[in-house]
Design a protein around this ligand. Sequence first.
Ligand code: B16
Ligand code: MG
Length: 221
Amino acid sequence: NLKAVIFDLDGVITDTAEWHFLAWSELAKSIGIHINKEFNEELKGISRMESLERILDMGGIAHTFTEKEKVELAQRKNKYYVQLLTQMTPENIFPGIRKFLEELKKNHIKIGLASASKNAPSILDALQITEFFQVVADPEKVAKGKPAPDIFLSAAEKLSVNPRNCVGIEDSIAGLQSIRDAGMFSIGVGTLDIMKEAGANLVLESTAELTLERLNGMFNI
Ligand code: B16
Ligand code: MG
């Protein structure tokens, strides 16, 4: 049965997936690359440096930058992004998420975060939901980022819960693979086709549909 719910952050708890996209678009534009929404799906859940590499590869100019310059580009993207984050308030929490967190807490279901973002702790603070999370897995301490299962497994381990008793919630193709390979039940939040193709066990088009009743229903089958 269900013992823990492990959340992705960007694109699941709040709309930062869009903000990451805006910041990358701005950075890409400054070096002559255009990124569209379809390509952006491949960046979701992927670390900052790896995202940069994919963008440079797509633009065919990866070889024109030194490692140091790449680090500077990634820092510039993060600067745009952190600038956007200054607007973040609890009103930016996606529909139903706070209520769902309260419901889980009340029912003693453990709550973890498995985000690839180094900005995750400050975002939870800005949204005023840090108190709900018993564990925030550190993306810098896991060997491999999404789509590897490491970060979801790390969260489950720190919660002392068997992955089989965990539900993972994601909005990204890489993240859903990560949940699957961790041996957890996956919920994909987003466009039906994309989430289905990414192998989500359950697809929800809105976070407003997240309820404990629905989860329990699936675990009792
Ligand atoms: P940062 P998630 C991921 O967060 C984002 O989806 C991805 O777009 C971003 O590049 C990555 O975090 C790293 O974020 O630059 O803030 O460290 O979806 O795993 O919560
Ligand atoms: Mg995400």
